[in-house]
Design a protein around this ligand. Structure first.
Ligand code: SAM
Ligand code: SF4
Length: 338
């Protein structure tokens, strides 16, 4: 392996942004069917030969860290806890030098059984998706009766020291948009850090509509019914997608990721690798760069790093959701890795 690269050899695009935060999708499969993400019947899953093997994933992650200046790795999916080799992949990733920050975005089902092993493998943090604490709403929203599994997973992550435990929530009009204050109170009571994510046009069914999505302004309005929120120092936000607010004078905070109504593309430092080895420079990109073919054809690390650098140059300045000509990417969120 060659020496670590400096930032100029990192994942820079033509607008001066440098990607240092890699999101790796470990599978496109999932055991929930969140209405804003997947249709009830699921999707045509990627076939096994198309998926990167554990070794291939670790190889590409290692190139990102040692050649391309990536210092943060987030494993996601689909549902990453469904990937059998997850603990091993995490362990090998946390042994890389320089040591990246390693986190996981999960729906929490099965986390109660894996949290301790993941912690021992070196995992730093988890984000658990939870949109409601009401069993009936959970069932309506995810089409599965699994709320208790998620709550158990959250508790286990907290106990294992995967701190701070973050909770991601999407509000859907007429389903759970009246429950934002209850969810925040629950997270405050349990020492979880809540972040609301605006619904984005990334569902496989193409059911998103600007007219029905719940905006950041509306989320703040609903929370203000019960909580005194104050914006935290904007300078501390950096490239973080969430705008942060202190709750009742702090120290607890709540975040809002307003990708649609308050886009933050100008500060984006993210890049994505799909479970079948495609680099995506943006969630909303309509093109991808294939690393798997070169990898399987025997390309060396330097060649793969070069391909990855080239893949980033064409990153567009913004996602263009507000543009009347906007088209959703062919891949849904669950196959990209959120
Ligand atoms: N299955 C895992 C989970 O749910 O956390 C990881 C993958 S999921 C695609 C990652 C995140 O994307 C979750 O927090 C989920 O709520 C969010 N998400 C999925 N579809 C979305 C959409 N259309 N708009 C906004 N967020 C979405
Ligand atoms: Fe599965 Fe996550 Fe999509 Fe829900 S948001 S269906 S848990 S991939």
């Amino acid at each position: 392996m060659t020496a670590p690269s400096s930032t100029p050899l990192g994942l820079a695009d033509n607008y001066g942004r440098v990607a240092t935060d890699l999101r790796v999708s470990l599978t496109d499969r999932c055991n929930l069917r969140c209405t804003y993400c997947m249709p009830e019947e699921g999707l045509d899953w990627l076939a096994k030969p198309e998926l990167l093997t554990d070794d291939e994933i670790v190889r590409l992650v290692s190139i990102a860290v040692t050649h391309l200046g990536v210092d943060e790795i987030r494993f996601t999916g689909g549902e990453p806890l469904l990937r059998r080799g997850l603990v091993g992949i995490v362990a090998r990733t946390t042994q890389l030098q320089p040591r990246p920050q390693v986190s996981l975005t999960t729906n929490g089902i099965g986390l109660s059984r894996q949290a301790e092993a993941l912690r021992e493998a070196g995992l730093d943090r988890v984000n658990v998706s939870l949109d409601t604490i009401r069993r009936d709403t959970f069932q309506e929203l995810t089409r599965r009766d699994r709320l208790q599994d998620v709550l158990d997973g959250l508790a286990a992550a907290h106990k294992a020291g995967l701190a701070p435990v973050k909770v991601n929530a999407v509000l859907m009009r007429g389903m759970n948009d009246d429950q934002a204050p209850d969810l925040l109170q629950f997270c405050l009571d349990h020492d979880y850090e809540l972040r609301f994510i605006e619904q984005m046009p990334l569902d496989a069914q193409h059911g998103w509509s600007r007219d029905t999505m719940i905006t950041a302004d509306e989320i703040l309005e609903r929370l203000a019914d019960r909580f005194d929120l104050q914006p935290t120092d904007a300078a501390s936000r950096g490239s973080a997608p969430a705008e942060s607010f202190t709750v009742r004078g702090g120290p607890a905070t709540v975040g809002i990721i307003a990708s649609v109504t308050r886009p933050f593309c100008g500060d984006c430092d993210r890049v994505r690798l799909t479970a079948d080895g495609q680099v995506r420079d943006c969630l909303f990109a309509r093109t991808e760069s294939d690393l798997r073919t070169a990898l399987r054809a025997g390309a060396d690390d330097e060649d793969l790093a070069d391909r990855w650098r080239r893949a980033m140059r064409g990153k567009l300045p913004g996602h263009g959701i507000a543009d009347p000509a906007f088209l959703q990417p062919a891949r849904p969120m669950s196959a990209i890795g959120g």
